[in-house]
Design a protein around this ligand. Structure first.
Ligand SMILES: [Zn+2]
Length: 212
């Protein structure tokens, strides 16, 4: 079942023409936590999709670093992502479908040239960019600013995360409605409020839209 945000809504529109909004970013940047906060804070006309890659890997699809393994899984993730989106849109009552990554993210993990991924999926890069009304990129903190230098292993991890993050940034280049940020603050608004407000949370995504 598609997860739907939990707050009530006064709008009586029965059939929305849903729009897809992507939340993307490198490993460990907190996308899933942000989406969980949004699911609790937003109204029932917002669907929140699970990450297609996580669904597949949790289900036992081999997760290996070899080129062959990556080339095997990326079309599978791509197809699963597209079908999840289509399913959420087809249900009709979602005005917004928040996606934990989108089809275009596959480029960042694909070993071949990007055109070959889109060709294999019988689509084009432009068609895939056009699927999404907006793209929000949560950027990994840089190795210089965001991570400590005490543990060399940690720096290597940060550099790997940064490389994937840059590849994601490049994958979405040219999207007309894109924002990116390295700072995400999630805070509760329950302070001083009676109990019925305790489930409410809000989030701030700071950062100016980047030029495409
Ligand atoms: Zn609503």
């Amino acid at each position: 079942m598609i997860a739907t945000a939990s707050q009530a809504c006064a709008c009586n529109v029965a059939d929305h023409s849903g729009r897809l909004i992507v939340l993307t970013g490198g490993p460990g940047v907190g996308k899933t936590a942000v989406l969980e906060v949004l699911r609790k804070a937003l109204c029932r006309h917002v669907a929140v999709l699970a990450e297609a890659a996580s669904i597949l890997f949790r289900g036992g699809f081999p997760r290996e670093e070899s080129e062959a393994a990556r080339q095997a899984v990326q079309p599978t993730i791509f197809y699963a992502q597209r079908q999840l989106e289509e399913l959420a849109l087809s249900e009709g009552h979602h005005a917004v479908v928040l996606c934990d990554r989108g089809t275009v993210d596959g480029v960042a993990y694909w070993a071949g040239d990007e055109a070959s991924l889109f060709t294999q999926m019988a689509t084009t890069r432009d068609q895939e960019l056009a699927r999404y009304a907006a793209v929000i990129h949560l950027r990994s903190p840089s190795a210089e600013r965001g991570y400590d230098h005490v543990n060399p292993a940690r720096i290597e991890t940060a550099e790997q995360a940064r490389r994937i993050d840059d590849a994601i940034e490049n994958a979405w280049r040219g999207h007309p409605n894109r924002a990116s940020s390295t700072r995400v603050r999630i805070f509760s608004t329950r302070h001083g409020r009676p109990s019925n407000a305790s489930a409410k949370s809000s989030y701030v995504l700071s950062g100016a839209p980047s030029s495409a």
